[in-house]
Structure formats: C-alpha cells, structure tokens
Design a protein around this ligand. Structure first.
Ligand SMILES: [Fe+2]
Length: 296
C-alpha cells in the first residue's frame, strides 16, 4: 500500500539574509507578515518536516508550493540543499510552486527546476502535462504560479493545464488509475468577497471543480491556506459540482463525509512550530484517504 506524505508552505529564506541586499530584506519582511525572518529557523523546520516524512513510512512526498519566501535564486538553492540533505530517493518528491515562488521573476521556478532542483524535476511541475506514476495513483503536478506584485497572492489554473488534465483523463494508460492533481491554491472560493478572491484566489478554479464533478477518480492536494482542510465534492442541479468544506458540515455528516473527501489541504511548515506535522494519506481502493499526521 502506498503512503503519501504532504508538506506545504515552507517559505525558505536566503541563508545570508543579514548580508544580502536591503531590498531583499525589506521585501522578505513585508511578505512574512509578522513571522520571524530567521532563515535558520525555517531551514530547521523544513529539515524536520522532511525527516518526519521519511520516518512516516511514506513512499512519496509532496510539497505543495511556497517553497521559498520570494522565489529568489539563493532561496531555491538553499531549499535544494536542504532537500538533498534529507537523502530521499530520486523521483520520490513532487514539488509545485506557489505564489511566493514567483515574486522575484517570471522564470525563477523554471530556472530552479533546470538548476538546483533538477534532480526532482521529472516528478515535479516542470513540463505541462507531466505525470508521476505511483502504483494505483498518478500524480499530476501543476504550476499555478504567476509573476505578480507582492500586493497579490493569487494563482492561475491555465487553459493549457486544464487541457493537459483532460488528455490524461482520456489516456487509456490511466483508465483504471486515480489522478491526483497537485497545485498550490485551493480550487474553491475561500472568502465571500470578490475583491479578496481577485487578490488571493485561484483564477480558473471553476475548471477544476468541473473536472472533479465529471471524474470521480480525480482528487486534489493543495496548500496556500496554511491550515488543514478536507473538502468534498457534491453534484447539484444539472450535475453542477460544488465543493464543501467538511469542517462546515454538521458533525454527523462530517463523520460520514470525511472518508469521501477529495480535496486535501496541508498545514504550513513555516507556521507549525519546531516539530512540523506531515499530513499522511494512504492509497486504498485506488484513492487517497486521509491517514492523520506524523511529526518527529
Ligand atoms: Fe504560503
């Protein structure tokens, strides 16, 4: 049985922050929103999170974006060094970028994938339509990041990415497999406020909801919210799909529905104390099921 470990929102800093340019320091502090900006503390949390993932017995690790604070080249290099030090097997880690990974440049993620993170690129969001076959499930990492001002924190599920998912779902090689999309932003509206959704939401999320409604073997892993979220997909009138947060269901319904959750959000490593929790899933009957948490 395959076990998957899910970490998210690591927000690694340039380890030479004290010596680095004033502009970097000011911007990193601004987007850190009151968190400590000690690069060693963040590095320690990532290392401990990766150690927990390894000790949990997981056969695959997913890190769902905001790997770095600003998408700076030094940050990516530091992240890659920490990941290499964890000594996880080649091909066993799936990385996707978050909004923070695209604050410095439009091509910072691609350069990191082709550079310090190259070892992990074949299982990560590098080429559109890329898949990672892991027994009964197929992971599909998707880049939803976009180069934008630090005043925004949104993402974009592009039509190219949606087309790639459609073609994988039609692929006879994957007919009997569950497909797990991995991207940073949650595929639903998080606030009943159109302005905030424009600032922080996932453009094109409705395509993901539509896919979930049409394909019961599709599931999604995400980050961005810095909290644990389980969501179910219900079909309404005219087979229109809608997403519901399990936490907002009645206690009786929630008990029943958790097992059927199809969208899973992980806690943020950066916010999770000195012993970050890893979220675990077991693949049962060809689908992911939440299997609790693990910390060292
Ligand atoms: Fe984040």
């Amino acid at each position: 049985m395959l076990r998957i470990a899910h970490l998210s929102d690591v927000h690694i800093l340039d380890p030479h922050t004290r010596r680095s340019a004033a502009r970097y320091r000011i911007t990193a502090r601004a987007v850190s929103m009151g968190r400590s900006v000690d690069p060693r503390e963040r590095a320690r949390k990532l290392s401990r999170g990766l150690a927990a993932a390894k000790a949990s017995g997981a056969g695959h690790v997913v890190i769902s974006g905001d790997l770095t604070e600003l998408g700076d080249a030094n940050e990516f290099e530091h992240f890659a060094t920490l990941l290499d030090e964890a000594r996880l097997p080649d091909g066993s880690v799936t990385l996707v970028p978050g909004n923070h990974d695209a604050y410095t440049s439009a091509d910072g993620w691609k350069k990191a994938m082709a550079g310090p993170l190259k070892r992990w690129s074949s299982a990560s969001a590098f080429l559109t339509g890329q898949v990672v076959e892991r027994g009964d499930v197929v992971l599909m990492p998707i880049d939803t990041s976009c180069f934008q001002s630090i005043a925004r924190s949104g993402g974009h599920l592009t039509s190219d990415a949606v087309d790639a998912v459609h073609s994988r779902l039609r692929d006879p090689a994957f007919t009997d497999k569950s497909i797990i999309l991995v991207f940073h932003h949650p595929p639903f509206v998080t606030e009943r406020n159109a302005v905030w959704q424009w600032i922080d939401g996932l453009r094109g999320y409705a395509h993901a909801v539509d896919l979930l409604g049409k394909h019961p073997r599709l599931q999604i892993l995400h980050g961005h919210l810095h909290k644990v979220v389980d969501s179910i997909v219900r079909l309404g009138k005219g087979a229109l799909a809608r997403v519901e947060d399990v936490a907002r269901l009645s206690p009786r319904d929630a008990g029943r529905e958790t097992a059927r959750a199809r969208i899973f959000g992980a806690p943020a490593v950066v916010d999770d104390g000195e012993r970050p929790r890893v979220r675990l899933y077991d693949v049962r009957d060809g689908a992911l099921e939440s299997a609790g948490f693990y910390a060292t």
